[in-house]
Write a protein that binds this ligand. Structure first.
Ligand code: SF4
Length: 446
């Protein structure tokens, strides 16, 4: 008999057009891992708004909400609604961890950083009706103790294409624009490889997809750990993808193990073709002159490269858009993604732009923090030129002719899959451009 009920919500504002996302629901791991922390006498309902609606008439005992910055206005609306009904609301995640006092206008408690170390305290305070406003762990969570996520609480559609798993948390680097290190601290932590393998074996036994996405921020940054993990993955005969840095391509042994263990696609943050921009962003360990060889090395080993290039860095001039598009087309990157440098709350970039008086006051329009809006005054072009150049680059690279030309230029064994991914993501990209850029024609700033 369940005595209590918690409703855990992954808040997603479906009215927003997000163009750089996979065309199928992602099996969220945050709220399902949180669900696994509750004791047996709790009934847990998990709602991922990407595929499901929150029942606003429901009357759980406790609400937990996590949300990215772009969805936070919507998340606050949900929080306000349930709070009006007298139901305690607790929020967590990157945005509220950076701006807890903003969130406290809408919820009873905010969890800053990881929830696991403070979970027992929260539950005890809830039972005693003494929830604190802020919970913040004194120490980092030992990943040995990560519970197995309650994936059974998600919809079957979540498991159709992908299974998500986490092996590491955080990143040893500290790029100026990135929220990972401010959130997880300057610590790179690993789950024991044996625990990761055991979890994947269990998921495969349950009939879940053999395509695994590791939600790690930077899966191979510790080469010793990555080597052990990749070796252990080989017998499982899975296909996997994750986020990684260019360093993986430089270690031939590790790259070989990644291939043998089933690595299918890596999301690589190249960020800029101007080395001086990478220096400013504290990402100087990435060398622009090595990019073509690195891309070639991944692709010739059968690993699809999803690249991230960001526009609006301080040393970007108006020719950066064409230069980047030419590079992407020439090197045959499988799935190029572009973004505008975005001053997310909690990042060193935001602090610097505020200090320099360059941040544009968006008056709480957090939905603009999706990487597609120019939210600050660039150094060497106007805000409009940055916005236009971004849309132009995106439109150019997702045009059918560009996709076919790019993939045919350097075809590899993933040719058809890359084609499918590009065309399935194209519709949303074009929808966003048409909705947001009314001026015609759309040309590169020059
Ligand atoms: S390497 Fe990637 S994950 Fe790590 S701090 Fe830089 S951008 Fe963030």
């Amino acid at each position: 008999m369940k005595e209590r009920k918690a409703l855990l919500i992954h808040a997603v504002d479906k009215s927003l057009i997000i163009s750089e996302q996979p065309p199928f629901p992602f099996p969220v791991l945050g709220i399902t891992t949180l669900a696994a922390l509750f004791p047996e006498n709790w009934e847990i309902e998990v709602i991922d708004e990407d595929v499901d609606l929150v029942d606003l008439n429901s009357e759980p005992d406790l609400i937990g909400i996590s949300s990215l910055t772009l969805n936070i206005p919507h998340a606050y609306d949900i929080a306000d609604h349930f709070r009006k009904k007298g139901i305690p609301v607790i929020m967590g995640g990157l945005h509220v961890s950076s701006l807890p006092h903003e969130a406290l206008y809408h919820c009873d408690s905010v969890v800053i950083g990881e929830v696991e170390p403070v979970f027992d305290e929260i539950l005890k305070d809830f039972e005693n009706k003494k929830l604190k406003k802020i919970y913040k762990a004194k120490n980092f969570f030992d990943l040995k103790n990560v519970p197995i996520a309650r994936r059974d609480l998600l919809k079957p559609i979540h498991h159709k294409h992908l299974t998500s798993v986490q092996a590491t948390r955080g990143c040893p680097n500290n790029c100026e624009f990135c929220s990972v290190t401010p959130f997880f601290g300057h610590r790179y932590r690993f789950r024991p490889v044996e625990a990761v393998i055991k979890e994947i074996e269990m998921l495969l036994d349950m009939g879940m997809s053999r395509t695994i996405f590791f939600v790690d921020d930077n899966i191979a940054e510790n080469e010793h750990y990555a080597e052990k993990l990749f070796k252990a993955l080989i017998p499982l005969k899975i296909r996997w993808g994750s986020f990684a840095s260019v360093r993986l391509a430089k270690n031939f042994k590790l790259l070989d193990l990644a291939v043998k263990s089933g690595c299918l696609e890596l999301f690589i943050g190249f960020e800029s073709l101007e080395q001086s921009n990478l220096e400013i962003a504290s990402k100087n360990f990435v060398k622009v002159k090595e990019f073509p060889e690195i891309i070639d090395r991944f692709r010739s080993n059968g690993i699809m490269v999803q690249s991230a290039f960001i526009f609006g860095h301080d040393n970007d001039t108006k020719d950066i858009f064409k230069k980047t598009v030419d590079f992407v087309q020439r090197t045959g990157i499988d799935t190029p993604t572009f973004g505008i440098l975005t001053p997310y709350p909690g990042t060193a970039l935001r602090d610097r732009l505020i200090k320099e008086g360059r941040l544009i006051d968006t008056k709480g329009e957090w939905h603009k923090y999706d990487g597609s809006y120019a939210l600050f005054q660039p150094k060497n072009m106007s805000v409009e030129e940055l916005q236009q150049g971004y849309f132009w680059a995106k439109k150019y690279c997702c045009a059918p002719r560009s996709i076919i030309f790019r993939l045919l230029r350097r075809p590899n064994k993933n040719f058809f899959l890359a084609m499918l991914v590009n065309f399935s993501m194209r519709a949303n990209k074009m929808k966003q451009i048409k909705q947001r850029w009314k001026k015609r024609p759309l040309v590169a700033p020059s």
